[in-house]
Ligand binder design. Structure first.
Ligand SMILES: [Zn+2]
Length: 448
């Protein structure tokens, strides 16, 4: 297939390049002027980006599919230009703490995925009742990293003690995989939650129960532990500016933020309510500009959605303390970043490509195949109409989750087609245009 007349986002360039792309057997064969062939996709007026990588989603299958599953989750992701996702180990049953759980999950979800996907393995306090070291070893070849928590609300995936965390850092290091951390200080959050719960049931109380210093303190401790053990650490969903700023204190630490921390703050939580409830909670207004700066200057490495929807009866229970924490985000991530980062904030073009695709692919070891438009790589592409606008309507989401804090917002630019390994999986006019199971399981490259 030849994609003709497009403006292509090539790595390392400062602007689009008007070239045609030839795709053969799912890979980019060449780029050039006036290419011809039997099958033509005319992309006149459109921009072609490398498909976005969403390296933090909770698709909940098997186990919690009343909230989300791989079919709906990957359809939502594809509708927002995502071509590769990585699913978290903690929100499916059984959790991915051993190879058996991994194999059985893979058997199920590979029949449903529309786009390419990888897994994170996990280590929880429950892992320590079993042969956790060998379980990590058995999973290492199949996972992009190991997810851990300092503070977890999940009974099926309890948080690690500081000592356990350090042990996990060392084992992961020996296996050549990063440890991912949900960084909130459990003692601080427990103390503030008790205090705020006694005071009332408003969004301000909820916000105060998870103070910014809980994230800052946890990130600081985790970086120290990583440094002590010469380990490789990644902090997920950083929302506090002060915590983002210290990520570069140690070379082997990286961090991601999520669109909701860039777009919203406590004032919005008070206005929007449960549709914006996430853990960690959104922060004080001043954090947003710091996060944007950290994304621009490389202190934060990339953006991931932390997609974790839930149905209305779980999102709106009548109390801020029991409403489900999590929002659908995979479908809105790239459209938000295109509109807000590239167009409105004029983020440098090369940096935009890094934070949406390149850096996550590099971090988790699949940049040899994905994450940029380069000859020999998978033809994972998203075609954007820069002139069109997208109005966000949760009711239209392909996710099972329809409740979004972005409801009603208008983004500049619109995803027209999402292409995975040369095949269109999503079309703005037709919706999903491939069969469940097209998405392939991907592993990190072997390290030399
Ligand atoms: Zn998450």
């Amino acid at each position: 297939m030849i994609i003709k007349n497009a403006n292509i986002a090539l790595p390392g360039r400062n602007d689009f390049v008007p070239l045609d792309i030839e795709i053969q057997e799912g890979k980019i064969l060449r780029t050039g002027a006036d290419l011809s062939g039997d099958e033509i996709l005319d992309a006149a007026g459109l921009q072609v980006f490398p498909g976005a990588v969403d390296s933090h989603v909770h698709f909940n299958e098997p186990g919690y599919t009343e909230r989300e599953d791989f079919y709906h989750g990957s359809a939502a992701a594809a509708s927002g230009g995502v071509t590769t996702l990585i699913d978290m180990p903690c929100t499916s049953l059984p959790p991915l703490i051993d190879k058996k759980a991994l194999d059985s999950k893979l058997d199920i979800v590979k029949k449903h995925a529309l786009i390419d996907f990888g897994f994170f393995g996990g280590v929880s306090a429950k892992s320590f009742f079993g042969d956790w070291k060998n379980n990590m070893k058995d999973m290492a070849a199949d996972v992009m990293g190991f997810k851990t928590y300092f503070l977890s609300g999940m009974e099926s995936f309890p948080q690690l003690s500081p000592l356990q965390f350090e042990q996990v850092l060392r084992v992961a290091q020996s296996l050549g995989r990063p440890v991912l951390l949900h960084a909130e200080d459990p003692a601080l959050v427990e103390k503030f939650t008790k205090r705020e719960q006694a005071k009332g049931d408003s969004w301000l109380h909820y916000y105060r129960s998870r103070p910014e210093k809980a994230e800052f303190r946890a990130v600081k401790k985790a970086i120290k532990a990583a440094r002590r053990n010469s380990a490789d650490l990644h902090i997920v969903h950083v929302g506090t500016g002060k915590a983002a700023k210290i990520l570069r204190r140690y070379a082997h630490v990286s961090g991601e933020t999520a669109p909701h921390y860039l777009a919203f703050d406590i004032r919005d939580l008070e206005r929007i309510g449960a549709a914006l409830k996430t853990n960690p909670v959104v922060k004080k207004p001043a954090n947003k500009n710091i996060l944007w700066r950290c994304l621009q200057n490389g202190t934060l490495d990339f953006v991931a959605s932390d997609h974790a929807p839930a149905p209305d009866e779980m999102k709106n229970t009548g109390s801020v303390w029991t409403d489900y924490a999590g929002i659908p985000g995979s479908g809105t991530m790239f459209p938000f970043l295109y509109s807000e980062a590239l167009i409105r904030r004029k983020m440098p073009f090369t940096r935009f490509l890094q934070i949406t695709a390149e850096n996550a692919a590099k971090r988790y070891g699949f940049f040899d195949r994905k994450g940029s438009i380069e000859i020999g790589k998978d033809a994972d592409l998203v075609l954007v109409d820069p002139k069109a606008v997208l109005q966000i309507r949760g009711a239209d989401f392909l996710s099972k989750g329809k409740i979004t804090p972005f409801e009603g917002q208008v983004f500049q630019g619109k995803v027209i087609k999402t292409i995975v390994r040369g095949k269109t999986v999503y079309d703005a006019d037709k919706g999903v245009v491939t069969d469940p199971g097209y998405g392939c399981f991907i592993r990190p490259a072997e390290r030399s």
